[in-house]
Structure formats: structure tokens, C-alpha cells
Design a binder for this molecule. Sequence first.
Ligand code: AMP
Ligand code: MG
Length: 490
Amino acid sequence: MPVQIPFDTSYARLPERFFVRMAPQAVSAPRLVRLNLPLCEALGLDPAALASPEGVEILAGNRVAEGAAFIAQAYAGHQFGHFNPQLGDGRAILLGEVVGRDGQRRDLQLKGSGRTPFSRGGDGRAAIGPVLREYIISEAMFALGIPTTRSLAAVLTGDQVFREAALPGAVLTRVAASHIRVGTFQFFAARGDAEAVRLLADHVIARHYPEAAAAEAPYRALLEGVIARQAGLVAQWMLVGFIHGVMNTDNTTVSGETIDYGPCAFMDHYDPSTVFSSIDHAGRYAYGNQPRILQWNLARLAEALLPLLAEDEQKAVDLAQESLTGFVAQFQSAWLDGMRRKLGLATAREEDAALIAGLLGAMQEAGADFTQTFRLLGEAAEDPAADADLAALFGATGAYAPWAAQWRARLAAEPLAARATAMRAVNPAFIPRNHMVEAALAAATEREDFAPFEELLSVLARPYEDQPRHARYAAPPEPEQRVLQTFCGT
Ligand code: AMP
Ligand code: MG
């Protein structure tokens, strides 16, 4: 079956110093594990063709799709605060861009596709576990309504990769608005290549911020556009308990999508200091630090853009500072609005911040489950019988009843219409709980049993619906089920 992918790769038309042209390295025995049918549909790709032997060869990097660009992108980045001037796609190849049925241009990238000149010490490969983790969590984020890269396909390579142990190798086909990172700008800025910074900025404006082109100061509008989208994004992360885990500047997009799902995980019991990543010893990327870290990353973007903001350096710095200051207010207001919706508040009042802080403080003290608390509040809004379940979550602290009295007093000042329905639409019942994710990855890795992975994906595709049959996916882990550490697996 002929596989036709209508590539139109604008990034490949940028100067050669933006990337290295090279094909993926072939693998031994490609086997399709999963193809994302709704995403095929959205992209206008034929799933039957992609699932055919020829299609699977393309998804594994063994065959050249007609019209593919095949490039490894150059970028730099601050990793845990330390600048590395040369990172780049060390284990990924961009096949090209396609314009979907919705008119949106998206990258198709193979991740785990072999060594490139950017690989440094790495093998260029990925193991099945991390590939499926990215598949599960990126698709869960999409279903939750959070901007994210997506997963089109996962294939087993038939080769082993060597980490702490020998593991089955895999390739993920990642779909993204683009793979341009804060670190892509840093790559050129660090080399003093002002022309490339400008070309990249123009490319990003055309692709992601067309409205900035018409602004009085287009590059400042670009910076402010990225700040606005990223402020909204991190607010959404915080509202569902998502912890990215490696918020390096090379893992921060300019499109405003979540990218690079490594040791990421969702928090169970509420605690702002929660860290899962095995390599984040200092807790730099802890749940509660994420907004601050993002602002820091955006400051690195602003630095890279300085020469474009104003001719006078001090003027450029002042403008950048002013734009960055806006981040805090934008994040705060997105977060506060989101929290109000989670509590069923349709109007805004000064005292809401204290009401929210009171709940979070009590949750932290009691170790209450983040997702379950908010989901149950939706029930309690409708039927006070749910109060007993909530009180149980707060256990011996007894903190729920006094807080609920304040909450109900506040709700009394609001219209009641459709409150519980509105709350259910923003408080998910299902998140990718880490112990369930790990169980699915273990089954796939150890036994080639993909049934738990499939079931988890199907539950997470409808996170806001009650699915009584799948109640076990909604439950927090029992103490002995808790998985406290996640690994990049790189
Ligand atoms: P990450 O932390 O996974 O986002 O990756 C940071 C950098 O390391 C990027 O330049 C990646 O391309 C590179 N990298 C990660 N894993 C590998 C690998 N297995 N082989 C080669 N390069 C890798
Ligand atoms: Mg990365």
C-alpha cells in the first residue's frame, strides 16, 4: 500500500546551519505497537497505509517516506541551570511538516531513531518504557485539554538498548506544532549569530504568532506571545498536578506546547515539594517551583532576543524586563481563574485566594489526594452526602468541615445553575497515575503485554467522564503501590 505523506517542510528551507541533514538509522525488525487513529485522521494521514509493512518501515526509520526532509535540529539549552551551547537532536530526526485537516502545520518526528552528530555520548536510541510513557502522558494531557506534543505511533525496533539492563528498543513518532525550543534561540545567540536569531524569530512569528507580524514591535510581540502562552500552560499543569521533571530551556517550546516527556509524572497527594525525577536531587523542578522556573527559562529566551528588541542595549533590557514582569500576573490570573472553576465559582471575589490557599494548606497537611479532592468537591457541590468521603480524605486533621463551611458560604453568593457539571468538566476523574503508568510499562517491557497500556490509554482518553468500570484507575495508590521515582531512561 503506497504511503503518501504530504510533506511541506518550512524548517528545511532555513539555512543549513540550523540542522544536519541525515536519515534515521535502520533497525532490525520493526513491529507496530500502536498507531493513533484519531490523530491520523486529524493529520489527514491514511492509518491503513501507516499500519502496512511499508508504513511501519517508515515509522521505524528504515524507509524513506517520499518527500521527507530528514533533519536533526540544532539547539542549545540550560540544563539544571547550566548552559550547554550544543545539544540538538541526539536521538531524533524530523521527517517533515504536514498541514492537517484543520489547517494546522505540524512536525512529524521520529524519536529514538539512532545517533546523529548531536548525540554526544548517547546511543541515539530509546527503550520501550520511556516511549510508552511519553505516549501515555502526552495523549492524557491532550485529552485533559492541555497544549502538548502528541504521539502518532510507537514501534518496537527488534533491537536491544542498554541502560541499567538490556531493554527492548522502540521509536516514537512525535507530532508537534514545532520542535523549536527556547534553546534553539540560545544556540544562535550564544554564537553571536544575530542573523540566525532574526531568521528564527521570523520563522516562529510566521508559524506560531502571525498576529505579531502586524504589531508595532513584532519581536517584542513574539516574546510577549511566548510568555503569555507559557504562563497559561504552566497554570494548566499546576491545576492538574502535572510535574514535568526536566524543565530545561531545551525542553521549553516557543509554541506553548508541553514537550519532552521524560521523568514526568502526576502528583497523587498534594505536596508542592513533590519531585519524581531520579536526577533532580535538589528539587529544582519540584511541582511548586514550576512557575518560577518557567519564568527563568523565559528570561533566557528574552536574553537571546535582546538584539531584536531595541538597538540600544539598555533599552532592550528594560523592554525585556517589563515583558517578563508580566509573566507573574498572567500566571497568577490564569491559575486563580482555574482554581475558581475547580471550586465551582463562576464569579471572582477578592477573598477567593484565601479560600483556595485554605484548601491547599489543609490538603497538604492531611496528605489528601489532589485529583480525588477536587473531583469529590464536584459531587459535594451537588450532594452534601459526598462530604463524608471528603472528610475521610482529610483524615484525622478534621480540616475539611470548617473549610467546607466557608466554601458553601461563598457558593451561596453565586448562581447554582449547572455547577456540578461545570466542576466535573474541569476536575478530572482520571489522570495518568504513576503506579498505573509504571504497571503498564512493566507489562510491556517484561512480557510484551500491551493490554494494560491499551486499557490505560482508553481510560485516559475520557478523563472527565465517570467510568465506574474503571474505578481502580481513579484511585490513589495504596502505600505499597506508590512509585516515588521516575527515570529519564536516556
Ligand atoms: P532530554 O533530556 O531527553 O530532553 O535530552 C537532552 C539532550 O540529550 C538532547 O540533546 C537529546 O537529544 C540528548 N539525548 C537524550 N537521550 C539521548 C540518547 N539516548 N542518545 C543520544 N542523545 C540523547
Ligand atoms: Mg529534550
